[in-house]
Ligand binder design. Sequence first.
Ligand SMILES: Cc1ncc(COP(=O)(O)O)c(C=O)c1O
Length: 444
Amino acid sequence: MDTPLFRAVEEYRAKGYARFHMPGHKGAPQGFGPELDAIFPVDLTEVGGVDSLYHADGPILELERRWAALYGAAASVLSAGGSTLCIQTMLALACRPGDTVIAGRGVHTSAVNAMGLLGLTPVWLWPDGSAGAGMGGRIRPQDVEAALKAYPQASAVYLTSPDYFGAMSDGAAIAEITHRYGRRLLVDNAHGAHLKWMGKGLHPMKFGADLCCDSLHKTLPVMTGGAMLQVGDPALAGDAKGRMSFFGSTSPSYPVMLSIDRCLGLLENGYGERLRQVAVPCGEVEALARRRGFACVLGPRDPSKIVLNVGQSGLNAEEYCDRLRRFGIEPEYADASWAVLMAGPDNGPEDYRRVERFLEGLSPVCAEKTQSPVPRPAVAMPLREAMLGDWRAVMVEESCGCTAAGMVCPCPPGIPVVMPGEVIDGAMMNLLKKSGFFTIKVVK
Ligand SMILES: Cc1ncc(COP(=O)(O)O)c(C=O)c1O
């Protein structure tokens, strides 16, 4: 497996230079334990031959070009700062200060923060609840079209798909509509880097997105923090690195970048088939859950996520997780309605057997949960002003009528109850109390 950054780092190490450069550990073991000490020799900085992320013209550029060729992108830009950095870059590339963005409400906090920092005004689209109660669901293409008509000043559409539960919106239809109105489509595909290998047209670079982020570390064998900004519109390729450098550290992690480089080698050499195979045991586990009487996620979704119905089990999230752990399973996430297990090629048959044994001992004791209404708050002031201004903490029960200074989302992957600049009403106050919040940041 020949990959460019690994080769360059090996060549550098072979020279045996005395390291009078950063990092301070000089590549030597520090007695931090064998696992950490083993990483130091390849934890480098931008010395001769190993390129420089934001001015790449050597192995990092080759890595990015090979990545773009694999995914069919006009350009791929490496991030050692996760999708968070890619999301900041996408919005800074496609929008200008003061612009309006049409965005699905089920956004990650990094997008809300970036919108505030860049002075963007979001117009929210509420997901349709089509995946099942307690999950956001999907953004409907017709809602995107209606918003494009209602807000002709909007410069971009921002879609999060797949969501944390794996539910996928109709990206191709949304891309077609967005382009028909002459706007750009930005996709938070943080949970979908692997989708390129799971089926035709599932990855945003295949369904027509202009920009997307892939958290490689979430679903591919890449170290935490490794991500890729994928550029579909060639007109945006030239400025992508420069805009990313506004937000990124000037010292990106070489171990993280090296893991992306080696992952490139895996993907070029048949790893996609291993990814595709993951759908088989996941489908079998889901079929077992259905046979046991549990409802599963409805509609198009990521076939590598196992989403188990907690609500029907009669257990709360903590009890459900405890029980999973007793069967030797650590989930990605669980709330009162659902538990999410993320599967990958490194989950062996025994891992799935554990999930099956867990399900075999569990029967539904409650009816399926029904969807509770998602609040649609009024906006009192611009997102940026509310987010960056002075704030104070108030008890949730005293927050009715106040303007939120931060985003509040009862369960991180769900639909935020309130965004900065929105007014908290009585129903939202009760929902926040029910979700276990005691205090909330409001505008001073
Ligand atoms: C939907 C979504 N977008 C973006 C992010 C940010 O990704 P990263 O952790 O790679 O910065 C996350 C993180 O969990 C996420 O769930």
